[in-house]
Design a protein around this ligand. Structure first.
Ligand code: GLU
Ligand code: ZN
Length: 491
């Protein structure tokens, strides 16, 4: 509840391209706001730009929202009292509202050509005057309109901005005032009759009775326009109340530049493919402009919802920090039940990630190794390379690892170790003692003695705890791999 009533927020992406982290942060803050305040989240698809919107992107949006664990009270798939929730299916509504705005004198037909607009803008700039639309068509006479029509000119519909400052209190940034010369009359319907974002977005917010608009700071400049349009819609009896606005801070990427949806690290799919847990990613993204408490970075989504207050969002730009995102994700992996961890690894244990034959996979062996992996991987996709030694016929060939571990004398060390291992009881502790003893015989500490054994058995210099790995791989395969390495060294 906010001031005793149930708030209504919306998440209204356009289905263009792949979902990106900025979009997810906006969805998260709206969702958390709705859940914290026992309000409603309206999911609306802003697909009025046929040239840029795609069905594939729409499906991806839905799939991403589900994967992240979001739910909504109204929107695609579930409908609701303000259906339809895809703007492409609401065109009649916008046409009707545009007509009413014109009839009420809130909007007018503008016949200026692009060339005329450019020329007048350049002239205004040169004269040091405001360079926005100059109001040329605000008061066209019937004769002027007729003349333009006779010339065969087309027209757009322009909204008439009031000639007074627009002031509002932003939930994040406090009181803001926009001067009229900076917010000129603006287009709401294209020459071909297609309604623009500038019209459809506030119209739907009005019709869907949205009470709080929480969105990115990049949209701040459209807010004074939308407030003026809202006032017109209220006078026309279309809007019941004007929402309050809160603009979420910019997210900065590499080199302190705004993270763009085209930056690879902005792509949600990348995080999914790398095996971020939804809760890990959301935990991290919630910190872009908000914090739960000082010195506290790791929390569950339930804890976030319980604590979330838009008044705590910081207006300063947030910095996207991949290392921190990974660290937080790793912590969420550690928190899983081992059973859930095992299950979550599933996709990375199959093609196209896994490099072993599907029938070589052994679920029991994986269950044995999983607890060792769970305390070490950062993202779930790390699992593949960590366990492939168990399921490949031969360990991967990693030349760099081989060169690093196999030094002069490694053959002698391996031969001694092989003898010790062959006679050892097959458990991690005994295997460790055998390698330790082999190292001592050659004047090597455990770390140094272990390296060639690890590369022989797993193919890599880094990996899960070696002796547990060998125990799980089994005597026969382990010894065969040490033999193969010895053969290669002495060839
Ligand atoms: N469809 C708009 C966008 O994707 C929504 C903007 C808003 O939240 O008002 O940017
Ligand atoms: Zn004009």
């Amino acid at each position: 509840m906010v001031n005793g009533s149930s708030p209504r927020v919306r998440f209204c992406p356009s289905p263009t391209g792949n979902p990106h982290v900025g979009l997810v942060r906006t969805a998260l803050f709206n969702w958390a706001f709705a859940r914290h305040n026992e309000g409603s989240l309206v999911f609306r698809i802003e697909d009025t730009d046929a040239a840029r919107d795609s069905e594939e992107s729409y499906q991806q949006l839905l799939d991403s929202m589900r994967w992240l664990g979001f739910d909504w009270n109204e929107g695609p798939e579930i409908g609701g009292p303000h259906a339809p929730y895809r703007q492409s299916q609401r065109m009649d509504i916008y046409r009707d509202v545009a007509e009413k705005l014109k009839a009420g004198g809130y909007a007018y037909d503008c016949y200026c050509t692009a060339e005329e607009l450019d020329a007048r803008r350049d002239a205004a700039r040169a004269a040091g005057k405001p360079s926005g639309y100059d109001g040329n068509c605000r008061q066209l006479t019937a004769a002027q309109v007729e003349a333009y029509e006779a010339e065969g000119r087309s027209h757009i519909v322009r909204f008439r901005m009031p000639d007074v400052p627009q002031t509002f209190t932003d939930l994040v940034r406090g009181e803001l005032t926009f001067q009229p010369e900076n917010v000129p009359d603006y287009g709401i319907v294209r020459a071909n009759g297609a309604p623009l974002y500038t019209l459809v977005n506030p119209v739907d917010d009005a019709l869907m009775e949205i009470t709080h608009v929480l969105r990115g700071e990049d949209l701040l400049s459209s807010t004074p326009r939308q407030l003026a349009l809202y006032a017109a819609l209220t006078e026309l009896g279309i809007a019941k109340a004007t929402p309050v606005f809160g603009h979420l801070p910019y997210v900065m990427g590499e080199g302190n530049k705004k993270l763009s949806k085209r930056d690879p690290e902005a792509s949600l799919n990348l995080y999914r493919e790398r095996g971020f847990l939804p809760e890990g990613l959301l935990n991290y993204l919630s910190l872009l402009g908000w914090s739960i408490a000082e010195d506290r970075d790791i929390f569950s989504i339930e804890e976030m919802v319980a604590a979330f207050d838009i008044a705590d969002v910081n207006a300063n730009p947030a910095r996207f920090d991949l290392k921190k995102a990974e660290h937080i994700n790793a912590e969420h992996i550690r928190r899983l039940d081992v059973k859930d961890f095992t299950e979550a690894c599933g996709p990375w244990l199959r093609a196209p990630y896994a490099n072993w034959a599907p029938e070589a996979f052994d679920a029991d062996k994986f269950a044995e190794i999983a607890p060792h992996a769970q305390t070490r991987v950062t993202v779930l996709s790390d699992i593949t390379a960590n366990v492939d030694f168990l399921f490949l016929d031969e360990p991967v060939q990693d030349d760099a690892s081989w060169a690093k571990a196999m030094k002069e004398g490694s053959d002698a060390l391996l031969a001694t170790a092989r003898a010790g291992l062959a006679g050892a009881e097959w458990n991690a502790e005994a295997l460790k003692s055998a390698v330790l003893a082999a190292g001592e015989a050659h004047g090597l500490k455990l770390g140094k003695a272990q390296a060639p054994v690890r590369v022989a058995v797993t193919g890599r210099t880094v990996g899960l705890p070696l002796f547990e790995s060998m125990e799980i791989l089994g005597r026969e395969k382990t010894l065969a791999r040490v033999d193969a390495a010895l053969a290669k060294l002495t060839a």
